[in-house]
Design a protein around this ligand. Structure first.
Ligand code: NG1
Length: 436
């Protein structure tokens, strides 16, 4: 996009004037990182499995001006996010849990570690612009937090002239987000950095021996659109259910290893019949019981010893979801859209029944969407417990489906859902520079 065009847009005009009020006149560089919607492949990434996300046309933007003293000062156009500052270093102290600055601190620490002591670290004065309607909706399973992490990392990498290969950068961004206390996988950061307009990313979340990741792109079929419906129920990964699922999968691998020596992730048993795996996994067990059996879960934060884990069903979801993602790639490449729709249905049922990550509002939305002509498939997307539903819809029916989802969901729950058509966008990076 040409600079003049970009800075003439009201979103950027307002942001530039806000920036100048904070930091005075001078040059401004703009970076962006999109959120993502996951078409299929939920909770498979941290199991070294397969995912198929799309970068969405809602993003986190950072306006930045470099500072030679290595300090990062960051404000947000949304006043509920308090400004903060810190000095770049390979070991940046964290703010209290839940503070938005931790995503930026985690990203900054990672970049500082990579750029190393070769030269002085360049910091920046910055402004985050991610308010509705252009920003990534927060707590909606569309990776607003990872978009913030990636936007901060992209800004600092650019200012410090660090240009790693994109897959390596994405993997490092994912690890950087562990700083906030989650043990998430690589999907969101890959989607945000490697997204392409009009395409879904098929990612194998297991790195090769050289540490590189295999990626492919599948073009979304013409004549169909992706609809995103936000249930309005906020989901959070910090604490609670997400890490329980990570633990259940880890425990499953440890138990299966007694029969299948050397396996490290559920991915390793993708070609073994489920019937062979099932008897080796307990239906439900307490964390304390697993620890007594010598299974190491000690590094997973927020995991009480009396937490009960549905090891068998959780592992079944991951095992079957990996199969569905591979089928979905074949369906997309073969133009079999009806088949893709069926796979989305099946993926939703598995996420609900085996992974227990749905909730009544999501069920309501999925039901409403599935009842409409032109909807091929609908499923919850992202970590779960609220957030968004993604649906594949015939283009000719999309307006009616959006309208119906809004009115029917509001009538049933009293919540006004944000329902929108998603245009797959390009990946994160430098956008434009304004020289003054
Ligand atoms: P969201 O929906 O953005 O919270 C989380 C994880 C992903 C993946 C999905 C479930 C993080 C940063 N993101 O995404 O890696 O595991 O859940 O498929 O932890």
């Amino acid at each position: 996009m040409k600079e003049t065009t970009l800075f003439e847009q009201p979103r950027y005009q307002t942001a530039v004037s806000h920036f100048q009020t904070l930091y005075g006149p001078g040059d401004i560089t703009v970076f962006r990182a999109p959120g993502r919607v996951n078409l299929i492949g939920e909770h498979t990434d941290y199991n070294h499995g397969y995912v198929m996300p799309v970068a969405i046309d809602r993003d986190v933007v950072i306006l930045a001006r470099s500072r030679a003293d290595g300090v990062v000062r960051l404000a947000n156009v949304e006043p509920e996010f308090a400004p903060f500052s810190f000095a770049l270093s390979p070991n940046i102290p964290s703010a209290p849990p839940g503070d938005w600055s931790n995503y930026v601190r985690g990203a900054a620490q990672m970049v500082a570690q990579q750029v190393g002591e070769k030269r002085p670290l360049i910091g920046f004065d910055g402004l985050v612009v991610a308010a509705p309607p252009f920003g990534v909706p927060r707590g909606a399973g569309l990776s607003s937090s990872s978009a913030l992490t990636v936007a901060a990392a992209v800004t600092l990498a650019h200012l410090n002239e660090w240009q790693p290969p994109l897959d390596q950068f994405a993997a490092r961004c994912s690890r950087a987000e562990w700083y906030v206390g989650t043990r998430g996988g690589v999907m969101d950061h890959f989607a945000s950095l490697l997204g392409r307009p009009g395409q879904a990313l098929f990612l194998d979340c297991r790195p090769g021996e050289n540490g590189r990741y295999a990626t492919q792109y599948a073009t979304l079929p013409s004549g169909y659109q992706l609809l995103i419906a936000n249930s309005g129920v906020k989901h959070r990964n910090v604490g609670g259910g997400y890490n329980y699922r990570v633990a259940a999968c880890r425990a499953g691998v440890a138990l299966l290893r007694r029969r299948f020596a050397g396996i490290t992730h559920l991915r390793d048993v993708e070609n073994v019949d489920w019937g062979e795996l099932e008897p080796l996994l307990p239906e439900e067990t307490a964390v304390s019981n697993l620890i007594q059996q010598g299974i190491d879960l000690g590094d997973i934060p927020n995991l009480p010893t009396d937490a009960r884990l549905r090891v068998r069903a959780n592992c079944r979801h991951v095992w079957s979801e990996n199969w569905r993602v591979r089928q979905a790639v074949d369906a997309l490449n073969g133009g079999d859209i009806a088949r893709l729709g069926q796979l989305l249905h099946a993926a939703h049922a598995s996420a609900r029944d085996d992974y227990d990550i749905s909730c009544p509002e999501i069920e309501m939305l999925v039901g409403i969407l599935n009842s409409q002509p032109g909807v091929l498939g609908a499923r919850l997307t992202g970590a779960g417990w609220g957030g968004c539903v993604v649906a594949l819809v015939e283009a000719g029916e999309i307006t009616a489906v959006v309208h119906h989802a809004q009115t029917a969901y509001h009538a049933a729950t009293g919540i006004d859902p944000d329902v929108f058509v998603c245009t797959p966008s390009g990946g994160a990076g430098f956008v434009a520079a304004l020289e003054r």
